[in-house]
Design a protein around this ligand. Structure first.
Ligand code: ATP
Ligand code: MG
Length: 571
């Protein structure tokens, strides 16, 4: 992290979770310790919603001199894998956080969880139920009607123990029995109506192999894992609010070493994208994107490949804050944070996305000049570089119009503009393809007295264009990205899988034959630049080769968020 980004991050605002922790510390609770955890299930790659949780959990630990565990909540053998485990560690580290060796797996607690389950059975607080899944659902009741006790609810402790042990031994098929907590089938909170604690699953686990035939449920595993690890504050998203009663019930009914406090906060929702692993998996498996690190995805690996700096993501998470009510955050705010970071750190360069050849007719044919260009006006220490100028150059096709409308201040026949860091040029001729009528080349003259970009006679020009020398230019492929979805809230655009119907057909545009200033030939994967007047770009890590890079557009220069802010301030 560069020194420059630090101040913004240190102005950490308070939030209701910090206030709870401060009060706990003041009251001497947990012996003054703060221990949080980030508990992903390794069933997909992390996304920006997880980044919010990571920043929160690791951030709190850092702020209060505590520690944050990384714990895999890996109790569902159907969807978990080592690939996901590894990607999660890479992403957390890349975001700038460190679990200081405290890496845990719920699957390492299986034996202990099993022992706890037997303890509940022995205490008459859990029983083996042999209703089918459908019957269990029917017996559960509804929000307005109480549930009905299962006919198996009064099995003896001995019978329950025997059945549970045989479940573990693999004697029964999936669905034959489950272990349920014996709480209250008429509880107002449906979660407390004898929740399932274990189910039979005949499926190898990516870490435990075929050792286990039964797997503990989330609600049983999570609270006990927290207690085993001595977590003080177990922070999760709002949808677990109703599960808190069960979290507490399990811990209250077992001799656990401590009783962590569950605190819920609002999950991040971001416009024009989806933040659900199930939906992201559909996009990846369905081939709608190139993989988990497709630069259009809101995954951390996708954002890394796109070129988002980790400090920008941290600043974003700080800025959106931590609330108790769900809301939708504008994607433009994320882009604003990315621009803010890159504006300070990204070197400026010139690159032409859609080249139009210009011949400067009065420039000596064999002459090449090395002109001085400023690397970053926001950072004087970034210094200057030399860019070659020659008789033949490229400019951006959009920067020329044969019949310009009012307010088009760039190049047009007979008009004079400035070439950045170079000379004034005047358009004297237009060469067209005789068949298509397309403009293929411009003829210009330059004024040698304007070297560096100013006229000694004080004459002004309205437009300044970027350019590259044709004989020196590096050829590159550039990929432009737009929102992956056309709907602001694709998840709610319709029922079922219809979020796929709002996929943006123009979310990626591949430009070949772009021309960049020669210094970019050696740019390395992950390096970020501002292409002057165009946006911020990052060398792709999956494509391209030495001397022929592929660039991803990280974000455009235009700042829609600033406009939105201005509008709301003026209202
Ligand atoms: P998804 O809803 O994408 O499938 P998940 O909640 O099932 O995600 P987990 O691996 O269980 O994924 O998440 C790990 C942690 O990240 C949990 O504590 C979860 O609450 C948190 N988290 C997941 N999504 C978000 C989000 N959008 N905003 C904030 N925190 C999130
Ligand atoms: Mg989850």
């Amino acid at each position: 992290m560069s020194e420059k980004q630090k101040p913004a991050e240190q102005v950490a605002a308070t939030n209701f979770i910090k206030q709870i922790i401060e009060a706990d510390l003041a009251a001497g609770k947990n012996n003054g310790r703060v221990k949080t955890r980030f508990p992903p299930e390794p069933n997909g790659y992390l996304h920006i919603g997880h980044a919010k949780s990571i920043c929160l959990n690791f951030g709190l630990a850092r702020e209060f001199g505590g520690i944050c565990h990384l714990r895999y909540d890996d109790t569902d053998p159907a969807k978990e894998s080592t690939e996901y485990v590894e990607s999660i560690q890479e992403d957390v580290r890349w975001l700038g956080f460190d679990w200081q060796g405290k890496l845990f797996y719920a699957s390492d607690y299986f034996e202990q969880l099993y022992a706890y389950a037997e303890q509940l059975i022995k205490a008459g607080k859990a029983y083996v139920d042999s209703l089918s899944a459908e019957e269990i659902r029917e017996f559960r009741g509804t929000l307005t009607e109480p549930g009905t006790n299962s006919p198996y609810r009064e099995r003896s402790v001995a019978e329950n123990l025997d059945l549970f042990q045989r479940m573990r031994a693999g004697e029964f098929e999936e669905g034959r029995h489950v272990l349920r907590a014996k709480i209250d089938m008429s509880a107002a909170n449906i979660v407390l109506r004898d929740p399932t604690l274990y189910r039979i699953k005949k499926m190898p686990h990516y870490r435990r192999g075929t050792e286990w035939q039964i797997y503990p449920m989330y609600d049983f595993t999570h609270c006990l894992s927290d207690a085993i690890e001595g977590i003080t504050h177990s922070i999760c998203t709002l949808e677990f609010e109703i599960n808190r009663a069960l979290y507490d019930w399990v811990l209250d009914n077992l001799p656990v070493p401590c009783h962590p406090q569950q605190i819920e906060f609002a999950r991040l929702n971001l416009s024009y994208t989806v933040l659900s692993k199930r939906k992201l998996i559909e996009l990846v498996d369905g081939g709608y994107v190139s993989g988990w690190d497709d630069p259009r995805l809101p995954t951390i690996s996708g954002m890394r490949r796109r070129g988002y700096p980790p400090e920008a993501i941290r600043n974003f998470c700080e800025r959106i804050g931590v609330a108790k009510a769900d809301s939708m955050v504008d994607f433009a705010l994320l882009e604003f944070c990315v621009r803010e970071t890159l504006n300070k750190s990204a070197p400026r360069v010139m690159g032409i996305l859609r080249p139009l050849k210009v011949i400067i007719e009065n420039y000596p044919p064999d002459q090449v000049e090395e002109l001085e260009a400023i690397n970053n006006p926001e950072d004087p220490e970034a210094g200057i570089r030399k860019v070659p100028f020659a008789r033949e150059i490229y400019i951006e096709r959009d920067d020329f119009m044969e019949a310009p409308p009012k307010k088009f201040f760039r190049l047009a026949p007979g008009r004079e503009v400035r070439l950045r860091y170079a000379y004034f040029i005047t358009c004297t001729g237009v060469v067209k393809d005789p068949n298509t009528g397309e403009v293929v080349e411009l003829r210009c003259t330059y004024d040698p007295a304007t070297r560096g970009g100013d006229a000694p006679d004080g004459r002004k020009v309205k437009g300044t264009l970027h350019w590259v020398s044709k004989p020196h230019a590096v050829e590159a492929e550039v990929r432009l990205y737009n929102h992956l979805f056309t709907a602001e809230n694709p998840a709610e655009a319709g029922a079922g899988n219809s979020f796929l119907e709002t996929l943006n057909p123009d979310s990626q545009q591949v430009l070949k034959g772009c021309r960049l200033e020669p210094g970019l030939a050696g740019a390395k994967p992950g390096e970020r630049f501002q292409f002057e007047r165009l946006g911020y770009f990052c060398v792709d890590s999956g494509n391209g080769s030495a001397g022929r890079p592929v660039f991803n557009r990280i974000v455009t220069l235009r700042d829609t968020w600033a406009k939105i802010l201005k509008k709301t301030e003026n209202n």
